[in-house]
Design a protein around this ligand. Sequence first.
Ligand code: GRF
Length: 233
Amino acid sequence: MSAKRRVGVLISGRGSNLQALIDAAKAPDYPADLVLVISNVPGVQGLDRAEAAGIPTSTVNHRDFPSREAFEAALDEALGAAGVDLLCNAGFMRLLTEGFVSRWLDRHLNIHPSLLPAFKGLDTHARVLRSGARITGCTVHFVRAAMDDGPIVGQAAVPVLEGDTEEALAARVLAAEHRLYPHALRLVASGQVAVDGERVAGIPVRPDESNGADAPEGRGESALFSPPLRGNF
Ligand code: GRF
């Protein structure tokens, strides 16, 4: 088996998606090791989760730097020192400059709680509810300089239910995020998919063969319209 990818994770808060990646990476056949977690916010729960898992952490507080570029240079330094070669944003709440994005081009993933390109940006679930959309979900994509933009690795669809509150919908989508992100990282880290002309190419997408088949029973299930994964996720 080829060497595992050395993954760094950027967080700003709770870190539940980070936890999903930590848990997935415990599997011996998982093609990625989490080697560094960086938070731009001191003292957040995600740092505790990383420490509990024995993963090195660093806090790089954007407020300590005079410019975005200086902040990002500090990120790059920490990532380089840890030998990170694949980067995952997991609830990381800073916009990154074109320079940083180009240095990590096609080696940098983000998760967003909507079916992109719909509902980019903040307050996603409130806007979904106001819109009357009946289906929402989450997306893992390669990072580009524009916010919540870039080639899509995978998506999970989640129903919007009658009477949903923002909190109820957010919780249902978050459960799908926790299934999607480890799956998407596995596909990228194993080289099963890659960016080709601003789209993700790999195994053709056939939803009837996708991992939706093992979705949990009930109303919160998600279908993963991603290239089918070989093995478990
Ligand atoms: C998730 O909904 C993620 O999609 C969004 O911010 C939230 C972060 O949650 N970008 P957590 O920190 O992973 O718990």
